[in-house]
Design a protein around this ligand. Structure first.
Ligand code: FES
Length: 202
């Protein structure tokens, strides 16, 4: 598991763009007026989305002001959760799950391919700027292990061959389709469904 590092090259200012100001207003409606700070996580996600998938310190300060809460509290949340990036990432941000179920099923081969094709180090953007990768804890798709998340998509049931092809496609900016690479529908069995099909099972 890699450590999160704050980018040393920080923009001076940040504010939500006009579209996100409207979205932020809508988010606030989900919380009581005197509990504005409850919106800190969706606000951080919105800032990350607006800022090419990473959150600068200026955005944390802006959010603190918007939600009338101490900056340190926003900083604590942003630095605690692995879903928030605190430094720039590649256009395709690859998160490889290396928790036990995925590791048993070969996640180490996936990280090896990332090292070879993207960058030798985690959190380092590839030379062409297209990809960066990181090891993460369980992404909740253990039944489709091993798997990786690329931006908002899951690539599942992977092996060395198809992972290699997927990473190549990302590096070429022509991403292959996400989903199961053994043809499964979500987490359904690979074989034909037979439960309850025979009388003695009914
Ligand atoms: S262990 Fe990899 S998704 Fe759960």
């Amino acid at each position: 598991m890699s450590l999160k590092k704050i980018c040393s090259n920080q923009p001076e200012d940040f504010s939500f763009n006009e579209k996100n100001k409207i979205i932020a207003k809508e988010i606030l409606k989900n919380y009581p007026k005197d509990k504005k700070k409850s919106a800190v996580m969706p606000y951080l996600s919105l800032a990350q989305k607006q800022n090419d998938n990473w959150i600068p310190l200026a955005a944390m300060k802006y959010i603190a002001k918007e939600l009338s809460m101490p900056y340190i509290n926003v900083y604590e949340v942003a630095t605690f959760y692995s879903m928030y990036n605190l430094a720039p990432v590649g256009k395709y941000f690859i998160q490889v799950c290396t928790t036990s179920p995925c590791l048993i099923r070969g996640a180490d081969k996936l990280t090896k391919i990332c090292r070879e094709k993207v960058s030798d180090k985690e959190n380092e953007i590839s030379e062409n700027g297209k990809c960066s990768w990181v090891e993460v804890e369980c992404l909740g798709a253990c039944i489709n292990a091993p798997m990786m998340q690329v931006n908002n998509d899951y690539y599942e049931d992977l092996d060395e061959k198809n992972t290699s092809k997927i990473i190549d496609s990302l590096m070429e900016d022509k991403p292959l389709k996400p989903g199961s690479y053994r043809g499964r529908k979500n987490s359904s069995p690979e074989q034909k469904l037979e439960n309850l099909s025979k009388e003695n099972n009914a």
